[in-house]
Structure formats: structure tokens, C-alpha cells
Design a binder for this molecule. Structure first.
Ligand SMILES: [Zn+2]
Ligand SMILES: [Zn+2]
Ligand SMILES: [Zn+2]
Length: 152
């Protein structure tokens, strides 16, 4: 048997592999490494979007997840981050298909005006105007943005 040994991240309670250097869900570091910008300062966490380690000055912690200053504005929902938003369903299905062809794992979310613009769900609610949001797992955000840039 060659199964990965799983541990639980104490910060976010997601399963991580016992040889992971950091938690891919919240960016908590399990080893001591230096900040990518300051090679004499120990890193505080790993940006979940670009997977680079940064010190307190170079990253922020939002809802217990580390993001670097450059990637602190993503909308995040259950392990995924927003890469695109539209009200056009044809458009979004095309984009989703393109992302999948590039080996990515997009998930569509619907944001309903019903909930004052802050409610997300994985399905359309009849009779409400929904914005369709394309989300991808954190590690796929930068690649997804490259793909989208090349087709939009
Ligand atoms: Zn974690
Ligand atoms: Zn980053
Ligand atoms: Zn730094």
C-alpha cells in the first residue's frame, strides 16, 4: 500500500499530507522557511493563491487564510477563489469548458440578489436574478487567469 498519510491542519481542520510543507487550504506553514522578499525574516505563512511563503509584512491573514499583498482581493468560497463573473450563461459554460480542457477544475457558483448580493449557492434559484461566478481551487487561480486572458 502506498497511501498518503493524512494529518489535520490545526488551523482550518482540512486534511493535509504529512509531508506537506504548508497547508494548501489556509497557507499555514509546517516548516521554517524565509520570506520570499526578505531572506533574513522567517515566513509567517504561504499565499494560498501563488503558493509563495511570505513574512508578516508581505502577507495578510483573511478569515484564517494567508494571502500575499498582491493576492488579497480574491473572493473565496470553500477552497476556491473567483476568477470570473458574468450574468451570461452561454458565456460562462464556454469558459468553464475551456478551463476544463486545460486540466483545471472550475466550479460555478450563483450569487443571488435575493440574499442582498452576498449569498452563494451551487444551483440557480428560479425567479431570481443570478450572477454566475467561475471559481477554481486556490492552486489553479493563476493558471485559470492565464487561460481566461487568452480567450476573452
Ligand atoms: Zn489549514
Ligand atoms: Zn500570492
Ligand atoms: Zn517579507
Amino acid at each position: 500500500m502506498d497511501e498518503d498519510n493524512l494529518l489535520t491542519c490545526e488551523v482550518c481542520n482540512n486534511s493535509v499530507k504529512d509531508d506537506d510543507d504548508f497547508c494548501p487550504y489556509c497557507g499555514t506553514l509546517f516548516i521554517e522557511i524565509f520570506c520570499d522578499n526578505h531572506n533574513e525574516i522567517l515566513a509567517d505563512g504561504v499565499c494560498i493563491i501563488c503558493q509563495i511563503a511570505f513574512c508578516k509584512k508581505c502577507c495578510v491573514r483573511i478569515n484564517n487564510r494567508f494571502v500575499c499583498n498582491q493576492h488579497s482581493n480574491y473572493e473565496i468560497y470553500e477552497g476556491t477563489a473567483k476568477v470570473y463573473e458574468t450574468v451570461d450563461e452561454t458565456d460562462v459554460l464556454y469558459l468553464k469548458n475551456c478551463l476544463e480542457q486545460n486540466g483545471l477544475h472550475p466550479v460555478l457558483l450563483y450569487r443571488h440578489s435575493l440574499y442582498g448580493g452576498s449569498g452563494f449557492s451551487y444551483a440557480v434559484i428560479k425567479g431570481t436574478e443570478s450572477e454566475i461566478i467561475v471559481m477554481v481551487p486556490f492552486q489553479e487561480v493563476l493558471k485559470a487567469e492565464e487561460v481566461l486572458k487568452s480567450i476573452i
